[in-house]
Design a protein around this ligand. Sequence first.
Ligand SMILES: *Cc1c(COP(=O)(O)O)cnc(C)c1O
Length: 371
Amino acid sequence: MRVPFSYLDRQFADIDGYLDDIRKLVRSGDFTLGASVREFEARFAKLCGLPYAIGVSSGTDALILSLKILGIGPGDEVITTPNTFVATVGAIAMSGARPVFVDSNDEYTIDVSLIEEVITSKTKAILPVHWTGTPADMPAIMEIAQRHNLFVVEDAAQAIGASIDGKHVGSWGETAGFSLHPLKNLNIWGDGGVIVTRSTELYEKLKLFRNHGMASRDEIVMFAHNCRLDSLQAVVANRLMDQVHFITKQRIANAQRYDEAFADLGEYMTIPVRRSNVKQVYHLYVIQVKERDALLSYLIEKGIRAKIHYPIPLHLQKAADYLGYKPGDFPRCEEYSRTAITLPAHQHLTSEEVDYVIEHVRKFCLDKIWS
Ligand SMILES: *Cc1c(COP(=O)(O)O)cnc(C)c1O
């Protein structure tokens, strides 16, 4: 059996509906912003329980535009965690600000107890990441931000559908960035992203900021970016919006099956932490085991496409040299880079495939426990 990590061939086995919609778009010539983007934005905002969504060219651009529109730039500091995809930190650097790291907690999100230690007079914002689709502790982060007069921009790229106490991720901070990349939970046919906000002022500014600062064809009110969500991709996104519920439900169900199947391996393996008031959407289903690299090789040999997210934490990447961090600075993140492994948990796995993953992960771990 082969258990793939990518499910695009299964998800898009039947594309006639998409192509019909694209034919209509091509005939209309409505290629920049237009009706498809407006429809998508309205539906996405509703999903998040917010008044506004702005379609942009990627999740990375969603974060860059968010930081810049809040006035963040050179000389400022933005706090995040190195346990993330490079885009989080790249976005801070591209705004001109300096990324400041704090370690993760045992849920793979920012450890809020460490945030206040690194706040300085230059700190302008906190940028929590809902890593794996698990919400960061937003009530605590908002409380710290209010006390220190900081902005909060959420990196919700992996977390469409996730919530805390029923309040959707992205609706806590000033703005949030989501990604529509082909490997994210809501995945279009190329790059795309979304910014959400409850602020009318930020919404009006961001609409201009992604589109040359053009109030109309002839009136330019600010110099700005060309970071629009592609109208053709919005057509694809509108069809996929119908699947968000299914995608989320299936991933949660697969994660639940893994949790139950691995529950008795506690001495050898760490499964994701659950909190009853939090909805996690398992963009990544991550476990930790001591002999991680051996487990990875074993699973690959059995045809199971497990992955490592990621073997080198961001503060130890060459790109981060100028920040002056060193090994040992963020022990939890460094531990994850050695012990964490991501199992396929996507919505197109069959029940037999989930069983097959369970069987082989258990076999590997039991062999280690008994030996
Ligand atoms: C994917 C991702 C991004 C970037 O999104 P793109 O659409 O690929 O630019 C940012 N942050 C996190 C945590 C991500 O997983």
